[in-house]
Design a protein around this ligand. Sequence first.
Ligand code: ADP
Ligand code: MG
Length: 253
Amino acid sequence: MNEKTVLQITNLTKSYGQSGFQSQILKGISLSVMQNDFIAIMGPSGSGKTTLLNILSTIDKPTQGSILLDGKDITKLKNKELSHLRRDKIGFIFQDYNLLDTMSLQDNIALPLSLNGVNSRTCIEKTTALAHMFGLENHLKKYPYQLSGGQKQRGSACRALITNPEIIFADEPTGALDSKSSRDFLECLKAINEHRNATILMVTHDAFSASYAKDVYILSDGSITCRLTRGKDRKEFYDRIIDMQASMGGDFS
Ligand code: ADP
Ligand code: MG
């Protein structure tokens, strides 16, 4: 069992608004992410999931608290260090894919490498290997408008993985997918966690998506209130997540 801490979040808070009219969205989040974890943070719409993920992925700054990635506090980094960190250590999967329309799927997946000056032969080799894992090997020459939502999202997962980042963040990655594509996509996330040792932190309001993770944390009223851990059976885990949701009396949709 590998016990390397990838991400150490301590007492993270985030408030919006002017002083006197502030609303505190995150009220002291502390969480450790170990290598090869697959964590889902679940909460209702408006609970601060995107806010949290944007802070962790350095798109936004916390009001207070520290975030150690690989032992280094990323809230204290300057612009240049930040862009290196985003390029080399973090992979991001967005709800709406964020593929570039003017590039083929091949070039979209390889983009983080080509921005790093990696030669085109290595780009093609790495892209092809990942595309196989995600069932995209016959679609690499296509442009995003020629792909289904599921194919696009699997492509964006390949792009997030291609640099072998320390951690992959995913914000409601199945939010725009139908149920079959969601299932295929989540199976892919599970596979890269199990077979490529990827470390994944996903936020979602959806119990079905969350049930693919190994651990589910509930974000409620700005704090993490509860943790559930999957056994062998995903369906049993799903039922437990639903029961917990019901006991909280919340509608997570
Ligand atoms: P979730 O992703 O869980 O649906 P968000 O993190 O998007 O929730 O939003 C949490 C709360 O923070 C919401 O009430 C939202 O209106 C508020 N919020 C998000 N971004 C901003 C911002 N830039 N300025 C002010 N309020 C914001
Ligand atoms: Mg959100």
